[in-house]
Design a protein around this ligand. Structure first.
Ligand code: PHE
Length: 329
């Protein structure tokens, strides 16, 4: 055996034992480069074959090729083994134990005001009313003028209005939805209008944004008795069978007569909101025949109702989004 052949034999055994010791496919790649790569000793030997004597050339050529092939085969066999065991251990690591208890999921719940709104709207829909909505940015015309607030009338300034550009305001009540509904529909009209409203006001019972629910009925022969009957039915639905509504004289430009409505609560009365018979000036403004039609309207704050129903003392809590508070309902 020539010295070169001994070198080949040594490289062959070294390579085969490295392959058999390899633990990962990336180690195998290193081994391949080390023993079969362009700069490997075995490759150098093959390159030098041309300069050997013919006899030697044949022997060295043969044994170096055999060695390369043997190393290649060992590499590819080992690679298959490792790849499948690596796949297995990956699968084992990623396996999900479906018998473990799940991560508890936090369930949301409806905001107390939203519960009242849904409850009241359901009640009216059940009586055959439609639901009407309007934009929160409203024209001064719909919010005031069409509702019989004359220009410069003190009732306008009582609303603490957020004025926007060019005859627009943040609506101060849901009553402009009355105007929109009547402009778009011929009587009879039976609608309930929930929505957000805005006034520049903030204390324990007032927030700059608050909710209102409006109702409007226009039909033949509608009277104040219909208003009171409707309010009583709604109060019983929301507050229970014993609830009653009390009306007190009041003033709104768009109703005549106008009343303030209270609902019985415990031993006392809770102020709900305003109501009245739709002022004929409003009906005329939207083109309704006041000889034929009369109507009633009312508007109240579901936030206030929620405060009372759930015993919350500061209205501002409803709008702070504090989950510790909201989760209690
Ligand atoms: N829009 C009035 C308010 O916000 C309430 C109201 C509605 C009064 C409908 C009468 C009729 O105070």
């Amino acid at each position: 055996m020539t010295a070169t052949e001994q070198r080949i034999e040594k490289l062959r055994t070294e390579a085969l034992s490295a392959v058999s010791d390899a633990a990962t496919t990336s180690e195998l790649e290193d081994i391949r480069i080390r023993f079969l790569g362009r700069a490997a000793e075995l490759s150098e030997i093959k390159k030098s074959i041309g300069s050997l004597s013919p006899d030697e050339r044949k022997e060295v050529g043969k044994s170096s090729n055999l060695a390369s092939r043997e190393i290649e085969n060992a590499l590819s066999e080992k690679k298959n083994d490792l790849a499948s065991s690596e796949r297995e251990s990956k699968l084992r690591k990623e396996a999900v134990d479906v018998t473990l208890p799940g991560v508890p999921f936090q369930r949301g719940n409806l905001h107390p005001t939203q519960r009242i709104i849904d409850d009241v709207v359901d009640f009216f829909v059940g009586m055959g009313y439609g639901v009407a909505e309007g934009p929160e940015v409203e024209t001064d015309y719909n919010n005031f003028t069409a509702l019989n607030f004359p220009e410069g009338h003190p009732a306008r300034s009582e609303h603490d209005t957020f004025f926007l550009d060019e005859g627009l305001v943040m609506r101060t009540h849901t009553s402009p939805v009355q105007v929109r509904t009547m402009l778009e529909n011929e009587p009879p009209v039976y609608v309930v209008c929930p929505g957000r409203t805005y006034r520049n006001d903030s204390d324990p019972t007032h927030t700059p944004m608050f909710n209102q629910i409006e109702a409007l009925v226009v039909d033949r022969g509608i009277s104040l008795a219909d208003l009171k009957g409707t309010l009583n039915a709604m109060a019983r639905h929301v507050f229970g069978e014993d609830a009653k509504v009390r009306l007190r004289p009041s003033f709104f430009p768009f109703t005549e007569p106008s009343v303030e409505m209270d609902v019985s609560w415990g031993d006392g009365w809770l102020e709900l909101g305003g109501a009245g018979m739709v002022d004929p000036n409003v009906l005329e403004e939207v083109g309704y025949d006041t000889e034929e039609y009369t109507g009633f309207a009312f508007g109240f704050g579901p936030d206030r109702m929620a405060m009372v129903k759930y015993g919350v003392h500061d209205l501002r809590m409803f709008f702070e989004g504090d989950l510790r508070f909201l989760r209690q309902f």
